[in-house]
Unconditional design. Structure first.
Length: 584
């Protein structure tokens, strides 16, 4: 039996996901009161500003213009440097900021000198997990979790893993404590741990990987001790919670979470429930990273662990043509080792986008392959041309061509087949609706979401403008036609007060035009009856109620500003201040 269990454990062989540095504890004073007197927080590096993050995570090739004159083989090696190129993007800063807050805030309730935290070891983590939390959010040991979780989802090759790993490596992975404020404090603190979701998506495989990873960085033997005794998943989970608490795990990052999609019914739910337990009951922050395929899963159980986090999920889609694309391509283009420099012209930028569809990883590889091809061919003075880019993409990037073709075509049926690169809109809509906090969206998918929001916003404005027009005396058909015309001729963000003024102007102009045409058609008959009609009209105006809408036009002619002010005075429409409050 033991041998069989050993064979089963060996099946889940561990491959390191990310290994960081280890440091002796160096405590620093904290500006934020909640972070003081906690060695797990005081031992961390200072809070990084954006400038520090940019300097530390960027990876630029060693480039010198004179290198163009070196031999071909040498230059081929120099081009290889592009594969390690990292240009800090807004997503890098967002991820680092979230991690910085997540780790520190999670440690607030897990001060190693807290009696409640130490009480957990006496009670036992099996009982802690089974006991859950009470109405105040405290577990049975009295620890009220301050941990949270969030997800990073997006297209493959857009830099999700690079962003999270670059941010994690800013922090030591292990901090060795010996004394704190004059008293012994021997502890190996694990600030972060990054694992890949097992290829079979099993919770047991994740437990094994967790223990093997801890052993590899601390030199412990948790895996050999607990994975060879036929332990079940239910037995392993409390052990993991014990280890995570003992070593003060700051954040657990699980990459490739989309592998959960291949689980049989119930398996994914069980793993996500475990992550939720880690966050809410044990107090360990969890970050899940995956493609769009994982979106449906994360709108279920794990959403309970993300409420009121203040972090919000992050969606990283492929870049749209525009400012971000221009920035990344211009930054990349200057690293060129061909004998002749090829300036980045608009047609080359367009060609690069068409062939990569805004996926950064593909764009970088395409640029690197194009330089290799140009140098090896030695033709056209080693220039990069549109034809060369197309030829390289066709010959050396055949596997991704069907997916890129589907993205370019925007055919819904074709896009349904590449859910790692393109979200299903019904799933995305459900995901956004269930999000308790704002989801930060970057890239091409943002344009679709904003477009849908614009349509909904226009519909709301349309209804309000139709009501105003009908209050002003227009028929429903005229009110709808005029309101729709006003909305279509303005930007979505146009102020509602201005839209109402334009509406009144249209209604007034149409009303007066109709009246002029009517008088023209009457001809001489109108002239004969003119005096009597004028007298009748004057009499009618006298009989109008003081708040009748027609008074606004009758007394102010074509002065739309005066008409608007009159409508405000008689209470037909709200003032600008009132309208602002309504809109807010």
């Amino acid at each position: 039996m033991v041998k069989q269990a050993q064979q089963q454990a060996d099946f889940y062989h561990y491959s390191p996901s990310l290994i960081g540095r280890q440091e002796e504890a160096n405590y620093s004073d904290q500006e934020i009161p909640d972070y003081r007197d906690n060695p797990f927080i005081e031992g961390l590096p200072p809070i990084f500003e954006e400038e520090d993050v940019a300097l530390q995570i960027r990876k630029y090739p060693d480039y010198d213009e004179r290198q163009r004159k070196l031999g071909r083989q040498t230059r081929l090696h120099l081009v290889q440097q592009i594969s390690d190129y990292v240009e800090p993007l807004p997503s890098h800063f967002l991820v680092e900021q979230r991690l910085s807050r997540l780790i520190r805030h999670g440690y607030k309730a897990r001060n190693p000198f807290s009696p409640a935290l130490m009480r957990q070891f006496h009670i036992g983590f099996k009982e802690i997990l089974e006991g859950g939390v009470d109405s105040t959010g405290s577990n049975i040991a009295g620890v009220r979790s301050t941990a949270a979780g969030f997800a990073i989802l997006g297209v493959s090759g857009q830099g999700k893993t690079t962003a999270i790993e670059s941010s994690l490596l800013l922090y030591p992975q292990v901090i060795h404590h010996s004394t704190y404020k004059g008293q012994p404090f021997i502890r190996k603190q694990i600030v972060w741990l990054k694992l890949n979701c097992p290829f079979d998506g099993s919770l047991k495989g994740l437990c094994f990987n967790f223990m093997q990873s801890i052993d590899s960085i601390l030199g412990t033997n948790y895996y050999r001790k607990f994975a060879t005794k036929g332990t079940s998943v239910d037995m392993l989970i409390p052990i993991l919670a014990h280890i995570a608490t003992l070593h003060g795990l700051g954040v657990l990052v699980i990459d490739e979470i989309q592998f959960l999609s291949f689980l049989k019914s119930g398996g994914a739910e069980k793993m996500l429930n475990y992550f939720t337990q880690l966050i809410n009951t044990i107090g360990v922050p969890v970050v899940l990273v995956g493609t769009f395929k994982a979106m449906r899963l994360l709108s279920g159980s794990f959403s309970q662990a993300r409420r009121s986090t203040g972090q919000g999920d992050l969606i990283m889609d492929r870049l749209s043509e525009g400012e971000d694309w221009d920035y990344i391509l211009e930054s990349l283009w200057k690293y060129q080792w061909t004998a002749t420099e090829t300036p980045l012209k608009p047609h080359l930028s367009k060609k690069m986008y068409d062939l990569s569809q805004g996926i950064v990883d593909i764009a970088v590889k395409l640029y690197m392959l194009a330089q290799w091809q140009a140098i090896e061919d030695g033709k056209d003075n080693e220039k990069i041309t549109g034809a060369l880019l197309e030829n390289v993409a066709k010959q050396h990037m055949q596997l991704v061509q069907p997916m890129l073709k589907a993205l370019k075509s925007k055919d819904p049926q074709a896009l349904e087949l590449i859910d790692d690169l393109y979200p299903k809109w019904n799933v995305l809509d459900q995901y956004l609706q269930k999000a308790d906090e704002k989801v930060h969206i970057q890239g091409e998918v943002k344009t679709k979401v904003l477009r849908d929001e614009k349509i909904e916003q226009d519909e709301e404005k349309l209804i309000e403008l139709v009501k105003t027009a009908m209050d002003f005396g227009a028929s429903y058909d005229m009110a709808y036609e005029t309101a729709n015309k006003v909305i279509q001729s303005n930007e979505a963000e146009k102020d509602m007060v201005d839209l109402r003024k334009q509406l009144i102007n249209h209604i007034t102009f149409n009303s007066m035009t109709d009246e002029d045409e009517s008088r023209g058609n009457e001809g001489k008959e109108a002239q004969v009856k003119g005096n009597s009609k004028a007298k009748s009209k004057k009499k009618q105006q006298v009989m109008l109620d003081e708040d009748d809408l027609r008074n606004a036009v009758a007394n102010n002619g074509k002065d739309t500003e005066a008409i608007y002010e009159k409508l405000v005075d008689i209470g037909s429409i709200p003032s600008e201040d009132e309208l602002s409050r309504l809109i807010i």
